[in-house]
Design a protein around this ligand. Sequence first.
Ligand SMILES: Nc1ncnc2c1ncn2[C@@H]1O[C@H](C[S@+](CC[C@H]([NH3+])C(=O)[O-])CC(=O)[O-])[C@@H](O)[C@H]1O
Ligand SMILES: O=C(O)C(=O)Cc1ccccc1
Length: 249
Amino acid sequence: MNKQRDSIYAAPLSQVSDFAFDAQVANVFPDMINRSVPGYGTIVDVIGRLADRFAQPNTRIYDLGCSLGAASLSIRQHCSVPGVQIVAVDNSPAMVERCESHISAYRGTIPVHVQCADILTYPLEKCSIIVLNFTLQFIAPEQRDALMQRFYDALLPNGLLILSEKVTHTDPLVESTLVDLHHEFKRSNGYSDLEISQKRAALENVMRLDSAERHIERFRAVGFSTIQEWYRCFNFTSWIAVKGAQDGE
Ligand SMILES: Nc1ncnc2c1ncn2[C@@H]1O[C@H](C[S@+](CC[C@H]([NH3+])C(=O)[O-])CC(=O)[O-])[C@@H](O)[C@H]1O
Ligand SMILES: O=C(O)C(=O)Cc1ccccc1
């Protein structure tokens, strides 16, 4: 299960259609994301460790855009705070179906509820942690500010948001260097130049990236006061943002 190698963009395509989280992608997803995102395993592991530090007893943790549930499984592995439950949400039926079997294949005491829903409309209850591990980049840019405000509002005082994203840079030298280093990383993981360029074309309309500055500005605008980038490799980054102890009910 889920051990298949990603060769989706290996053969020349006469027309590259927009990237979609369909069954073909879901079947190869662990291989695809591990060979495409530098430090993905570390990021997932640390999400679990952060959850152990920031989860509040008897509260919810949301894993939004959960794919196959890697972050949820890491939280279940590392978090020993009593009474927490995880709600894992994704709008791809192919991902959700495989996420459910993936999660039930591992034992754990924390309940994980997997929901097939769009995070733009999914109603959030009060929670101590929200994880968006490479999900916001797939949301239409014009929706991101309002969505982030909803996340902030759903967090309890001292609540934690973990946001991982691929980002762009305004300095052209920095941008071209980091993009090139990322492509070199993909080549070293066995992707050909054709695979890299066809996937890049497929993602162009679907994955629209903000700069790190834009993300930080958005964190501030919705109300977060503690904001820290805790991971960075090339153009891949992850932040923690914490809601103040006095904020919210
Ligand atoms: N509007 C939406 N509502 C719900 N889900 C969505 C939406 N838009 C996209 N998705 C889902 O967000 C996920 C993004 S992958 C996350 C990896 C995971 N977090 C991991 O820790 O392995 C990142 C990547 O592939 O680079 C996909 O499963 C989409 O179906
Ligand atoms: O593959 C890439 O080039 C990426 O930027 C990361 C990625 C990983 C998995 C699905 C979509 C994008």
